[in-house]
Design a protein around this ligand. Sequence first.
Ligand code: HEC
Ligand code: HEC
Length: 293
Amino acid sequence: MASQDHKKDVDKVTGVSTTGHEWDGIKELNNPLPRWWLWVFYVTIIFSVGYMIAYPAIPLVNSATTGLLGWHSRSAVVEDLERLNETRGANFAAIREAELEEIVADSDMASFAQAFGRAAFGDNCAGCHGAGAGGGPGYPNLLNDDWLWGGTLEDIHQTIAFGIRSTHDETRFGDMPAFVRDGILNRSEAWAAADYTRQLAGLPVAEGANLELGEEVYTANCAACHGDGGEGLRALGAPNLVNGIWLYGSDRETIFEGIANGRGAIMPHFADRLDDVTIKSLTVYVHALGGGE
Ligand code: HEC
Ligand code: HEC
């Protein structure tokens, strides 16, 4: 196809010589490259040589040439972090030193703690308590003023740092016994207690319910934790049964199920996982959600 003496082969129509390449009678014209293109091409070559001298570029056995500027992707990250810490640092240090009450009282610290706490909540708590902290069955709603363990800053801080029925030595603890499974009550006593609980809560009670037996069982077995009137006991995390807010549910079967098999939801502790500033910020954030005391 290619002829050796293509220089002599000139296209008759354009007067341009061909490269000598020919495909089915179609010949390739030997036009020079556009000047602007050539210049851009030379500039990229010069740039790449300069880049290789200035920045890490040529791979060696264990590393790469370091480049005259001494730039390193890792030191760039460190610089970014230092800059971030400079802007955050003052707030961090202030929160680290301050008591929870002082943080809430100072509008600058409080708004920083709330923003930081909100982000940390999304990362660490939303999986169980919901993105909006609204909770779900077995996971308390943190937006209302119904608290199992208490809603002051100190109470909330203690709950987050040490958990509930967690593996931490200082965890909150207190389980509801499994009355039927452990043979403390028989099934009809447990159903009666469930009916009596619904009556205490002001809910309709099944026809034929033995409320007399229910009251007897409740007074002997439940009142110590939930109170004579069902008002609950925070020291043990025993819920208020008469405020219309239910952790597990108010239907007869769910209440019976709790009496039969016990209750004791676990919240992990965060004292070893999150630093002081984060736990304080989470406390301020949760406290400000609506139910803080
Ligand atoms: C693995 C699931 C889980 C995670 C993660 C979790 N919690 Fe909890 N949390 C629970 C459960 C379950 C309870 C209820 C324990 C109980 O019934 O006594 C609870 C209870 C609480 C309470 C006490 C509510 C009350 O009424 O007294 C607070 C406050 C709380 N959580 C905040 C947080 C915060 C803040 C985080 C994130 C740092 C978090 N929780 C992460 C499961 C979780
Ligand atoms: C040793 C203390 C203790 C005793 C005794 C006890 N409870 Fe509880 N009860 C608790 C605790 C603690 C919880 C919450 C467990 C949790 O958060 O997972 C609870 C939860 C409940 C709930 C769920 C409330 C909700 O919001 O969903 C009901 C209903 C209940 N108890 C009824 C009873 C009845 C009826 C008895 C007596 C037969 C009884 N309890 C005896 C400690 C006790």
